[in-house]
Design a protein. Sequence first.
Length: 170
Amino acid sequence: MAAISTYLSRIKSAVLGEEVRGSIHDAIKAINDENTTVLQNCNSAQSIAETARDEAVIAKKAAESAKTAAESAKLAANISEGNAAKSAQEAQTSENNIDSKIAVVTEMKGNLISSYQISDDLLDSSGDSIQDSSGRNIMGKVVLAEAGYIETLAKRIASLESVIKSITAK
């Protein structure tokens, strides 16, 4: 603010009309100049405040957009987590089913083999038991079936083995 006391003192001490007019003129001019500066500062502050308000509105919209995106991402993550858990459960169920199918097929194969064979002494071409170096009879497995039937069993066993391979490949 202008040093008004200096101007008031000059007006009061002025004697001649020219001095009084000059003192009043200088005081009014100083006040006007200061008011102009204050008005410019107010306009500048208003402009800065409006810019800050506009930037705050933009920032608020960006924050709301980011919040919406985050909520969407969270929802998508929850859905993905649920799908992953469901897939893991299905994989475990499939693994259990495969294990049980392999067990059934393996048991069927074993049953086919054991149904038609017996353990007995091995015989030489003269019908005598074959013995090892300590004199004990050597045992072997003998299939009691016709050759054609044995071929059919071998094909069934091969088929079961391919089923086992296809199940374990999944």
